[in-house]
Design a protein around this ligand. Structure first.
Ligand SMILES: Cc1ncc(COP(=O)(O)O)c(C=O)c1O
Length: 381
């Protein structure tokens, strides 16, 4: 059968590529994928199971159940967003939210700005929207923070939107309120749309606070905030995310969702409601666990000759620099897999700006991090 140009135009994720190669090797330790090692907290699982028994087994409204949309709007008020359920759509993960946001706001031929390096799925999502991508580089010397001046330089005649992601996958960078204010001035002066992927907004270290760009003056009308239950509540397999934005955009996104999946799994929505309404101690505990893992990984990496790594400010990824070895990121990652059976992701899976870096996830078990460090130590010695 002839394959469409659109499907061919969507690149494969380099993260999945490494993941698919791993089964060829025995005794593999994976620091490759961003999958929380913690189980979904019990009260959330119980709510999901109970929902099934209580008959939440039918379609829901396209944009999600009203109680969950209201609870998401209430939660957003903690970030300074003044919204109600009309501003919220529940989606199949943050991934679908980003795609629906793009499909609702950009046209083929428009240009979308993307930080480099960035989560590779954005490339596929922008390709599906028919828009053109333009990269805005971020640099090690800036701790990979996206700079307003770089955005200003990249904006052209056809630029319509920008995707930002703080805390960042893969660099762990967290933008400060001042940096977001600088960025918001560029957005307002060029009348752009921001898709603000805040999937890791709860995973912050060293006392950092999350700022949503949508909460800054005049930005609510220019921003679609995307978030997810996947990482905050260790719910990757439940597949629930959401978007918050102007109600006219949200209703377009709900219309598109009808054509894609109709709605999100009904029982999973009930579980997410329990996640938002219940105690948040589980989130605090998991973030404490990620901080412990980050510190373990970073102190281990610091002892390895030739590896330099910035301290991740949020998310659960480290982005060590391996340029001193004179190998490309892909060569280095393949060497780790072949010779030490450790899976990491080459930085180039996140864009050209990732050359010379690896992405190392620290959301798995303490034991896996210790074992990977000891294998790395043996190999590099
Ligand atoms: C930056 C970023 N955004 C979105 C997602 C997708 O999350 P979800 O599981 O909600 O689709 C991920 C998953 O790794 C991610 O890293």
């Amino acid at each position: 059968m002839r394959i469409s140009q659109r499907a061919k135009g969507v690149p494969r994720s380099g993260i999945r590529e490494m993941f698919d190669m791993a089964p060829k090797y025995k005794n593999v330790i994976s620091l490759g994928i961003g999958e929380p090692g913690f189980p979904t907290p019990e009260h959330i699982v119980e709510a999901g199971a109970k929902a099934l028994y209580e008959g939440h087994t039918k379609y829901t409204p396209n944009a999600g159940i009203s109680d969950l949309r209201k609870a998401i709007a209430e939660r957003a008020s903690l970030d300074g967003l003044s919204v109600d359920q009309q501003n919220v759509i529940v989606t199949t993960g943050a991934g679908e939210a980003i795609l629906l946001a793009l499909l609702s706001t950009v046209d083929p031929g428009d240009e979308v700005l993307l930080p480099d390096p960035a989560w590779p799925n954005y490339l596929g999502q922008v390709a599906l929207s028919g828009a053109q991508l333009k990269f805005v580089k971020t640099y090690d010397r800036d701790h990979f923070h996206l700079k307003a001046e770089a955005i200003e330089k990249a904006v052209g005649e056809r630029t319509r939107a920008i995707i930002i992601n703080s805390p960042s996958n893969p660099t762990g960078a967290v933008l400060s309120e001042e940096e977001l204010e600088d960025i918001s001035r560029i957005i307002l002066s060029h009348n752009l749309v921001v898709i603000s992927d805040e999937t890791y907004s709860n995973i912050l270290f060293d006392g950092r606070k999350h700022t949503s760009i949508a909460s800054l003056p005049d930005m609510a009308d220019h921003t679609i905030v995307v978030n997810s239950f996947s990482k905050t509540y260790a719910m990757t397999g439940w597949r629930v995310g959401y978007a918050i934005g102007p109600s006219d955009v949200i209703s377009q996104m709900a219309k598109l969702q009808e054509s894609v999946s109709s709605c999100v799994n009904a029982a999973a929505q009930q579980a997410c409601l329990a996640a938002l309404k219940g105690s948040q101690d589980c989130v605090e505990e998991m973030v404490k666990g990620y901080r412990e893992r980050r510190d373990l990984l970073l102190s281990g990496l610091a002892e390895l000759p030739g590896i330099d790594c910035l301290m991740p400010e949020g998310s659960f990824y480290a982005f060590p620099n391996i340029t001193k070895f004179g190998l490309s990121s892909k060569e280095f990652a393949l060497m780790l897999l072949e010779k030490a059976q450790v899976v990491v992701v080459p930085g180039t899976a996140f864009g050209e700006g990732g050359e010379g870096y690896l992405r190392v996830s620290f959301c798995g078990s303490i034991e896996s991090i210790k074992e990977a460090l000891s294998r790395l130590q043996n190999l590099l010695r």
